[in-house]
Ligand binder design. Structure first.
Ligand code: NAD
Length: 496
């Protein structure tokens, strides 16, 4: 059986329809406890999502396990076709999914949410074409022994996602997992679960019952129950460094593979020969200012050569002042809100720390919106922190808000050392027109994703993942599917 999806009339109806629901075994399953989900832009309760406990988590894993045998035996290209069809269907419904996403995340519909749905669909289509790439190898071990490796699915995959880009991050996990023949239980983010449920239901139309299951609940209860479950064969997690550590330990306790996509404090090095306009545009897109800086990849440490520093700074401030902060659903809005009051307090705390630091400067750009319905506390101005010591918490820690550190440099060796002086290693960019310098920097920067003269977001076919405390393993690309969602079996056949 495949799932019978009825498109909701609009975003409000979709959110109401997911009240205290899980998607388990190809059905909507009611849970008798719920968690309020707030609209960050207004502070109003948007809806209620299931507060799944251990029993409900176990039910989802059991459904995924039951569905596993048939799905693993389905020809890989058929699995891929189903996933790709889900991608096309998601595109057909992209406006309503984007509307739900904007309401629950506070991200602007025009600059962020529509693009996120399109990228999520693109990931499904990309992996949908890779079914026949699940190849093993033959090994010239002995002429009379056929020696080969095959790729097998792992079993039930637990996919745990955060709130900042929930659809893209979910698809980066479930698309390769499903195409490789695994079944999946997604733990939605309790801060922003509804678009996750809607996108999953759209995909479930093309999948046998139980192949994809989605549950919601707190991390401490539902997430922990999932990672501890004996039938979960693989954990793939995107979220904070602290929770990543907990999840890794849960996997270690059962010796199951764990992939972690965690935080970052990514450097952007602007050299003296950089194209100024491109570098300024790259700083705005790289810092993800239109996402309130809530990005693990954010270029949040910007090192500018002293010869360009003043011009770069004034051009950046000028551009940031043009961005309109406001209601995420307004088409004119560039920047929406921070996700919740807790995160807003963290961001404000870091800015206050910078303000209290001798010699440091804090520059706030733009204007806060006014409106009877809007929650003033969750709108944050793009903020630049200048002249901080390198060991300052604002330079070393992930702030996860619209706050970028801008530092002046004069010595190339010194700036490379500073860029690498971080416990993270997710991404880095270099801005120069000198090819030798670009190649030198890319080879020396300690980051999993290094770009020159651009600041692209995650691309489905380009492997992405961090070094150090930014995580373990890769997402996106064929490499990620083979390395993280299959196991390799060696087979040796005597021919005599
Ligand atoms: P979080 O770690 O608080 O939560 C992430 C998910 O983990 C949520 O679904 C949460 O319910 C769940 N969780 C919490 N405790 C758990 C536990 N004990 N066991 C299992 N699951 C648990 O992160 P967040 O606040 O939702 O997201 C922001 C963080 O995510 C930032 O630190 C950011 O850098 C990171 N992030 C990383 C990437 C990347 O690709 N590297 C991408 C986006 C976000």
């Amino acid at each position: 059986m495949t799932y019978n999806f009825t498109p909701p009339a609009d975003a409000v109806a979709a959110i109401a329809a997911y009240r205290n629901l899980n998607l388990v075994g190809g059905a909507r399953v009611s849970v008798d406890r719920g968690l309020d989900v707030l609209n960050p832009a207004t502070g109003a309760v948007l809806g209620q999502a299931a507060a799944s406990d251990v029993a409900e988590t176990e039910a989802a894993v059991a459904a995924a396990k039951v569905a596993g045998a048939v799905w693993a035996a389905t020809p890989a290209r058929e699995r891929g076709k189903a996933v790709a069809a889900g991608g096309r269907a998601l595109l057909e419904h992209f406006e309503i999914v984007a509307q739900v996403l904007a309401r629950e995340t506070g991200k602007a519909i025009r600059t962020e949410c529509r693009g996120e749905v399109k990228t999520a669909a693109d990931i499904l289509e990309f992996y949908g074409g890779l079914g026949s790439e699940l190849k093993g190898e033959t090994i010239p071990f002995s002429p009379r022994m056929l020696t080969m490796t095959t790729r097998e699915p792992l079993g039930v995959v637990a996919a745990i996602v955060p709130w900042n880009v929930p659809l893209v991050l979910m698809m980066l996990k479930i698309a390769p997992a499903l195409v490789a023949g695994n079944t999946v239980v997604v733990k939605a983010s309790e801060e922003a679960p509804f678009a996750t449920f809607l996108a999953a239901e759209i995909l479930m139309q093309f999948l046998p019952d139980g192949v994809l299951n989605v549950i919601n609940g707190t991390g401490a209860e539902c997430g922990a129950a999932l990672t501890a479950h004996a039938d979960v064969a693989k954990i793939t997690f995107t979220g904070s460094e602290a929770v990543g550590e907990t999840v890794y330990k849960a996997g270690a306790a059962r010796i199951v593979p764990v992939s972690l996509e965690l935080g970052g404090k990514s450097p952007m090095i602007v050299c003296d020969d950089a194209h100024l306009d491109k570098a300024v545009a790259g700083a705005i897109s790289g810092m993800r200012f239109t996402r309130q800086g809530q990005s693990c990849t954010a270029s949040s440490r910007i090192y500018v050569h002293e010869s360009l520093y003043e011009d770069f700074l004034s051009a950046l401030i000028k551009e940031l002042n043009t961005l309109k902060i406001g209601d995420p659903l307004n088409e004119a809005t560039d920047i929406g809100t921070i996700i919740n009051a807790k995160q807003a307090a963290v961001v404000a705390g870091y800015v206050a720390q910078a303000e209290g630091t001798e010699g440091a400067r804090v520059i706030r750009c733009g204007t806060l919106p006014e409106g009877a319905d809007l929650t003033p506390d969750l709108f944050a101005l793009p903020t630049l922190l200048l002249d901080l010591p390198e060991d300052h918490p604002c330079v070393q820690n992930e702030i996860f808000g619209p706050v970028a550190v801008i530092q002046k440099w004069s010595d190339y060796e010194d700036v490379i050392a500073k860029a690498n002086d971080s416990r993270y290693g997710l991404a880095a960019t270099v801005w120069t027109q000198n090819l030798s310098r670009a190649l030198d920097a890319t080879s020396r920067l300690n980051a999993g994703y290094v770009q020159v003269n651009q600041n692209l977001t995650i691309q489905p076919n380009v492997s992405y993942g961090g070094f150090g405390r930014s995580g373990l393993g890769k997402e996106a690309s064929l490499e990620a599917m083979l390395a993280h969602f299959t196991r390799s079996k060696t087979i040796v056949i005597a021919m005599d």
